[in-house]
Design a binder for this molecule. Structure first.
Ligand code: CU
Length: 185
């Protein structure tokens, strides 16, 4: 006597559950109308993520920024460091309101020689001797408030120097650019 009652209860429960499940399933069909909108916006950030090859390529391109410390004859970074990579694009901002500056990357130990040659080359050459093979890369001579970009290849591991070759600036406007080989620290 108890079993039939029990089965009836089970049947009713099962029926109720399926009705709720169907009802529950029916209601969500309207919710997805809302969900697709967030899905669209969340799939947009997925695009850069899925472009894995591209992000790997980007990781081989360093884009350091350097600036002057306001009107001081100093760069805001005394040291830049990159692991040997495909290419580097340095952005240099002349934050001074009065002075012209440049950013010149030179081979190890050649800073003073490049500055001396630049002083002879004069303002007409942006204080850099044309075709100086000790110079790896340099920005233009920037007026106050200007920014310049320079792109160059990653260098063989070592400690290079950067300097502003404007006469009188190199005593304080210089720093190290350290290139590390992959796996080096
Ligand atoms: Cu300078």
């Amino acid at each position: 006597m108890n079993f039939p009652a029990f089965f009836l209860l089970v049947l009713i429960t099962a029926a109720l559950v399926s009705v709720i499940a169907c009802g529950g399933a029916a209601a969500p069909t309207e919710v997805p109308a809302d969900i697709p909108a967030p899905l669209v916006s969340s799939s947009a950030p997925d695009i850069p993520e899925s472009a894995g090859a591209d992000s790997v390529a980007k990781s081989k391109r360093a884009r350091p920024h350097i600036s002057t410390i306001g009107d001081e004859l100093k760069f805001d970074r005394a040291r830049l460091q990159e692991t040997a990579i495909y290419s580097v694009t340095v952005t240099f901002t002349n934050a001074s309101t009065v002075n012209q500056h440049n950013w010149v990357l030179v081979k190890p130990g050649e800073k003073d020689a490049v500055v001396a040659a630049g002083a002879e080359a004069g303002a007409a050459n942006g204080w850099i001797q044309p075709d100086d093979d000790r110079v790896i890369a340099h920005t233009d001579l920037l007026d106050p408030g200007e920014s310049g970009e320079i792109k160059f290849k990653g260098q063989i591991g070592g400690i290079y120097e950067f300097v502003c070759t404007f006469p009188g600036h190199s005593a304080t406007m210089f720093g190290e650019f350290k290139f590390l080989q992959s796996g080096q620290r």
